[in-house]
Design a protein around this ligand. Structure first.
Ligand code: ADP
Ligand code: MG
Length: 251
């Protein structure tokens, strides 16, 4: 194992974040190792999206440290944020594809604009990535010609195009029709099995059970429990009362 592999890919410590008087993250610690799929679950409003946005430097933190690949990214000058964001792919609940671009162009755009890749090469890679998310024939389709599940898979391909070291998914299937949820989760699971490091905020407990290496429960701006999925979902595990209620509500 190289020295590099021993450094956690991401290590956040004592993250505090408020909006005005509202304290949203209250001393969050989080470590992600390379190759790991970490699922974060928890009630609405507990701070899950805020945490992902802080990791991706879309929101500034008030205190704490975020080390990514060993670098203190939250403490670095703002001018370095775009370089960090290239290394961290993000998939949102509402896809946020560019509506005026075809699926293939959505995927090829950032490699051309940000990495200076030739358009020919970027389009070739985009086709390869669309095949990876099981959309080999949809390159010419525009977002409004695709189902929600297909759009979300294009969004995943677009994030992968930058070859990120870490993928963040924020409830990627919450806005989808039930019949297209499975195809998106399938792609995410395949990527996790390939060893792509990911943090997945989700309410899909079946996915967490199948794909996660570790599940963490957030409540009130703190992680209050974590375990491998087999233990996390075990009915006889000793868990905080708040988590028992959360899981009970879902079943
Ligand atoms: P979750 O993703 O777990 O549902 P969020 O991180 O979205 O939780 O939100 C946590 C809390 O922060 C909620 O009370 C939410 O209303 C509040 N919040 C989130 N974003 C903002 C914002 N930009 N401005 C003010 N309050 C916000
Ligand atoms: Mg959220």
């Amino acid at each position: 194992m190289s020295a590099d592999a021993k450094v956690p890919l991401l290590k956040a410590s004592a993250i505090h974040k408020s909006y005005g008087d509202l304290s949203v993250l209250r001393g969050v610690d989080l470590k992600v190792t390379r190759g790991e799929c970490l699922c974060i679950v928890g009630p609405s409003g507990s701070g899950k999206s805020t945490l992902l946005r802080c990791i991706n430097l879309l929101e500034p933190i008030e205190s704490g440290r975020i080390l990514f690949e060993g670098d203190d990214i939250a403490g670095a000058p703002k001018s370095r944020a775009p370089a960090v964001r290239q290394r961290i792919g993000m998939v949102f609940q509402n896809f946020e594809l560019f509506q005026h671009l075809s699926a293939r162009d959505n995927v090829a755009l950032a490699p051309v604009k940000v990495k200076g890749m030739s358009r020919t090469q970027a389009l070739e890679r985009a086709q390869m990535l669309l095949e990876k998310v099981h959309l080999p024939d949809k390159g010419d389709a525009f977002p409004d010609e695709l189902s929600g599940g297909q759009q979300q898979r294009v969004a995943i391909a677009r994030a992968l195009a930058m070859e990120p070291a870490l993928m963040l998914y924020d409830e990627p299937t919450s806005a989808l029709d039930p019949e297209t949820v499975g195809e998106v989760l399938q792609v995410m699971q395949e990527l996790a099995e390939e060893g792509r490091t990911s943090i997945v905020v989700t309410h899909e407990m079946g996915f967490a059970r199948r794909a996660a290496d570790r599940v963490m429960f957030m409540d009130g701006g703190l992680f209050v429990h974590e375990a491998p999925p087999a233990d996390f979902f075990s009915p006889d595990a000793t868990v905080p009362e708040r988590l028992a209620r959360f899981l009970g509500r879902l079943s």
